[in-house]
Design a protein around this ligand. Sequence first.
Ligand code: TRP
Length: 331
Amino acid sequence: MKDKKIILSGIQPTGTFTLGNYIGAVSNWKKLQEDYNCIYMIANMHAITVRQDPTALRHNTLKAYALLLACGIDPERSIAFIQSHNRCHAELNWVLACSTQFGELSRMTQFKAKSEKHPDDINAGLFTYPVLMAGDILLYQSDLVPVGIDQKQHLELARDIAQRFNQKYGETFTIPDAYIGEVGAKIMSLQDPTSKMSKSDENPNSCIFILEDKDTIIRKFKRAITDSDTCVRFAEGKDGINNLITIYSCVTGKSFDEIEREFDGKGYGDFKIAVGEAVSDHLAPVRNEFDRLMTDKDYLKDCYTKGAEKAERIAYRTVSKAYKKVGFLQL
Ligand code: TRP
């Protein structure tokens, strides 16, 4: 497994993925499989740091796993698994928590934001969330972690924890680096193009979900907020149009210049419909494959069972090493 660098990433199984998750993360994960040993995880243990309905969580975890495969993650080539299926995550979490400072966790901006959002449920898991995430990464001796800007602080902390542990107890963990993709397009809300497209947005028109049908997708693009100009071109101050051009470019592979030429003399109305159609066509194979996989639960089960076994084999080595280093008497 050490011939290629190890890449690890995780995604929470909350609802379905958005177009932003897809373009910004999961579609790149597929490409990374060519050059790296990839490990992709459905972070269901992180999900319970905010209140979840158990039935919905169970179902969403399976859906998220199926979506991962539908997006082109190959379970033979990569390790695709569900976090709670590998007990090593919970075990390393404790050891790492004892090498993490209260002050460090208090500085995490996501913790502050989520506590403000859920003032009636500021649980200890929400506070130690970054420790669990550090464990996810360190268990597999990951070299690289593709993360969005919102998770960067957590990755920095994972590096700090690993370095500190290595210093205190001797070489145990690989220090992970952030993986910076080539394009790294950030997809913005269709209703407020100055903020990121987010599934927790209250306005359903702001966000495209990758399993939505063509009519819904086109309708949402038709309603996208733009500006009072009429010309399709990428320019400062035209956040809405810039976002649509970016999306169109990501799903068609066309350059911004080509797009401006294609829509020269046409209005925003035509452009929005074209973007909606292109997005829907681009996502159609994912949607079809997802539907097919969800009718084949035995296959899914086989994949996540094997994924968990492969993940555990690697992770077990790391936890055993960490246990030994901190002085736990071996059984
Ligand atoms: N916290 C990440 C998110 O919400 C998900 C995640 C969990 C993750 N464990 C990870 C991402 C490890 C990268 C590496 O987006």
